[in-house]
Design a protein. Structure first.
Length: 245
């Protein structure tokens, strides 16, 4: 069968529960779908975290793997791209952003704070008000608190006000953090690494598709057919409808 359909998937909240591992049912279903379509995984996290959640050597299991929005990318196991926010911005500007975030979080009144408030990745800076060392229970607690008090939305507003000259994007991803990266380095970046002419349809599945979410740009990109999902179960349901023929 000719695989002329490209399926691109967010990870967190789309293929897996947030920061948890993929289910065996979903993993086996993706392998079944791979017989009919080319599969690409597009996550904001780095490759290590992606493989933790996907419970596999994703570079070898799927056709395309785009970690950090595609800033570190693989095709059939071979690295095809690697971008560096450190080189792009320079050390002084990186320090300005990091220092501002640390001061902001230090003054923030939220129920709990743990550790690892800043995670420096190849292509982005991940900022987490509660700290990435929080437990799953603390993660869910912060997420509920954030839904009511808009902690991350306010952080984004503060960063946009402080650094308009740096031409950075600040997007809410997952349940506890925001990603900071240069304009144009969102998930649509991965599309520039694929020869799209090989495909008659390009579908993207993601949960953070609203404005400010890290799936928003690629979901609304005219080159893709966007699917908003609410859970891995919903992703599977929509795939079954797509391939029902």
């Amino acid at each position: 069968m000719e695989r002329n359909i490209l399926l691109l998937f967010d990870v967190d909240g789309t293929l897996t529960p947030s920061r948890l591992a993929i289910s065996d049912v979903m993993k086996q279903y993706l392998l079944k779908i791979k017989e009919k379509a080319v599969i690409g995984i597009v996550g904001g996290s780095d490759l290590v975290k992606m493989e933790e959640q996907m419970q596999a050597n994703v570079k070898m299991m799927y056709d395309y793997v785009f970690s950090e929005n595609g800033l570190v990318a693989f095709k059939q196991g071979e690295e095809i791209n690697r971008m560096s926010i450190k080189k792009h911005l320079g050390e002084e500007k990186v320090k300005q952003v990091v220092n501002f975030c640390l001061h902001y979080i230090a003054d923030l009144e939220i129920p709990k704070k743990r550790g690892t408030f800043i995670e420096f990745r190849n292509g982005m800076i991940n900022v987490c008000p509660v700290g990435r060392n929080c437990t799953q229970e603390e993660r869910m607690e912060f997420f509920a608190y954030d839904q009511e008090h808009k902690i991350r939305d306010k952080l984004v507003e503060a960063l946009e006000k402080e650094f308009p000259h740096l031409k950075l994007r600040y997007v809410i991803g997952g349940q506890i953090s925001i990603d900071v990266f240069p304009a144009g380095w969102d998930k649509t970046f991965c599309l520039s690494l694929i020869d799209l002419s090989h495909f008659k349809e390009i579908h993207f599945f993601g949960d953070k598709t609203d404005k400010g979410g890290n799936d928003h740009e690629i979901y609304n990109d005219p080159r893709t057919i966007g699917h908003k999902v609410t859970s891995p179960e919903d992703t599977k349901k929509q795939l079954e409808e797509l391939f029902s023929e």
